[in-house]
Design a protein around this ligand. Structure first.
Ligand code: NDP
Length: 283
């Protein structure tokens, strides 16, 4: 059996088309959705992420602002800029690209963003709202995964879900969203004993670790849905996920590839959150 592939690029294009239509409708009311992105330092991966986010905004007919600061910038400068963006009614979404340099208190930076403009969904108020089942902004990567599961008609109610990784950005919010859909959720991490015991009983397996090809076909239940969030590079410099795609696709029922899977959906859902923020302002 070869698994059905969820094409993140194709789904992204479809959703972005719908978002562009909504952005155009909002413009007729005099509102152009606007995302402000703040980048500190010269980490090449972060620079590429911010560039892609800004470009995606422009392509969907949204406005973007990009502020880049030197790696040794005084955090007070960044806090002052966030306060300015919080107060600017023409800005609907604000994101600070992580990771920040060590002299920053990252949690304090995230808390300084207005919860109404926190399109990454990382502010404690928004994390709490998600936990209570009443989200204001859903963190973009798990939001994208939910869209992918929906598009592939993967049954959720009562499904055994195993998530590998417990980060605030992916693993934990992913668990909350799937729990809200009545899945039975297990979260594994670096201290979990016998990882394969857990992964082998998953109807839906989400890998969000950051270790190339660590989930192999023999760790997957036949017919399972496998969502690969990981972004890694092989020794040859090629992009790959946390799942060993070649062996996994022979066992899984549905699978997401890397690249071209969850990655494009993450940016798409950032656009969705920015648009939703702007639409709320129009009400
Ligand atoms: P983190 O490093 O914050 O979290 C990794 C998690 O994996 C931790 O919970 C860690 O456990 C767990 N882990 C580490 N080693 C093992 C192991 N051997 N067995 C089981 N669990 C383990 O990463 P992120 O959540 O931020 O990102 C995860 C991956 O997803 C990365 O590759 C990242 O690049 C990618 N990513 C992709 C996105 C996309 O758009 N596609 C968006 C965001 C991230 P512990 O808590 O015990 O340390």
């Amino acid at each position: 059996m070869t698994a059905r592939i969820i094409d993140g690029n194709a789904l992204s294009a479809e959703v972005r088309g719908q978002l562009a239509e909504r952005a155009a409708a909002l413009k007729t009311k005099g509102i152009t959705p606007c995302l402000a992105a703040i980048l500190v330092g010269e980490d090449p991966a972060s620079a590429v992420y911010v560039r892609n986010k800004v470009a995606a905004c422009e392509k969907a007919g949204m406005r973007s602002i990009k502020d880049v600061y030197a790696v040794d910038v005084d955090p007070a400068v960044v806090f002052a800029r966030i306060a300015e963006l919080n107060a600017d009614p023409s800005v609907h979404g604000i994101l600070v690209q992580l990771p920040l340099p060590k002299h920053f208190d990252s949690a304090a930076v995230l808390e300084s963003i207005s919860p109404e403009k926190d399109v990454d969904g990382f502010h404690a108020e928004n994390v709490g709202a998600l936990m209570q089942g009443n989200p204001r902004f859903i963190p973009c990567t798990p939001y994208g995964v939910m869209k992918m599961l929906e598009s592939a008609n993967v049954p959720l109610k009562g499904a055994e879900v195993v998530i590998v990784g417990r980060s605030n950005i992916v693993g934990k919010p992913m668990a909350m969203l799937l729990l809200a859909q009545s899945c039975t959720v297990t979260i594994c991490h670096s201290q979990s004993k016998d990882l394969a015991f857990h992964t082998r009983r998953a109807d839906i397996l989400v890998a969000a670790v950051g270790r190339a090809k660590m989930i192999t076909g023999d760790m997957i239940k036949p017919g399972a849905t496998v969502i690969d969030v990981g972004i890694n590079r092989t020794a040859e410099g090629k992009l790959c996920g946390d799942v060993d795609f070649e062996t996994a696709k022979e066992v899984a029922g549905v699978i997401t590839p890397v690249p071209g899977g969850v990655g494009p959906m993450t940016i798409t859902m950032l656009l969705a959150n920015t648009l939703e923020a702007a639409e709320r302002c129009a009400k």
